[in-house]
Design a protein. Structure first.
Length: 220
């Protein structure tokens, strides 16, 4: 008989799966969660589910109260503003540090990502374009080999992902604009122009923030 996974592994599995379901929109904001039902769905006891939910509450993915129970938390306007301010601080610092210092393999990775973005745009494959967008930002941050930055970026990505899903197909001009901004950012990084890359990051993220906070779209 196989030895069951250690509790810590079950907790990690429950946490990862719950966070994925929230980020993907399968558990949208306002969804009520039941420890009993989740335990049955994941094939485990309620203990690792409970621990995972407490961790998700600390990270802002759910709220837990005696009155309402466990509810998937959406992002308020203030949350979104905070999100983009933190990303600007991180990513501007990153591109200043790495500009002109990437090896041949790293440069090739960025060029390949941009080529795939342009191909996805031509085919109007918005789902692939969204994932390539995320990948590009993570590639830039990964070149510093700073685990705390990567962990923070992963958390930020998962929290904003469900919001982005709601506005991805509402602006026919923004995908092309975004790819053009990515091209400019990567060119500045490859050319060793750190300050320019940082300025372009700010412009790019501010454009993304304005798009999300458009009153008509955010109300949907």
């Amino acid at each position: 008989m196989a030895t069951p996974p250690a509790p810590s592994r079950l907790q990690s599995r429950a946490y990862s799966e719950l966070r994925r379901l929230i980020a993907s929109g399968e558990f949208p904001p306002g969804t009520f969660l039941s420890e009993r039902q989740l335990a049955a769905q994941f094939g485990m006891s309620k203990t690792p589910i409970h621990v995972a939910l407490e961790r998700l509450e600390a990270e802002g993915f759910v709220t837990i109260s005696a009155q309402q129970g466990i509810v998937v938390r959406g992002m308020s306007v203030e949350d979104i503003v905070d999100h983009y301010e933190l990303r600007e601080a991180i990513e501007c610092w990153v591109v200043r540090r790495i500009a002109g210092k990437l090896n041949a393999e790293q440069q090739a990775q960025l060029r390949e990502n941009i080529a795939r973005q342009e191909a996805a745009l031509k085919e109007w494959d918005l789902n692939s374009l969204m994932h390539l967008d995320e990948q590009m930002h993570f590639l830039l941050c990964s070149y510093l080999n700073n685990k705390e930055i990567i962990t923070t970026m992963e958390r930020l990505r998962d929290k904003i992902h469900q919001v982005i899903l709601r506005v991805t197909d509402t602006d026919s001009r923004r995908p092309a604009e975004s790819v053009a901004e990515h091209v400019a950012i990567i060119n500045a990084v490859l050319d060793g122009e750190g300050p320019r890359a940082a300025d372009l990051i700010v412009e790019h993220l501010e454009a993304g923030k304005r798009r999300i906070l458009n009153p008509e779209r955010f109300a949907r």
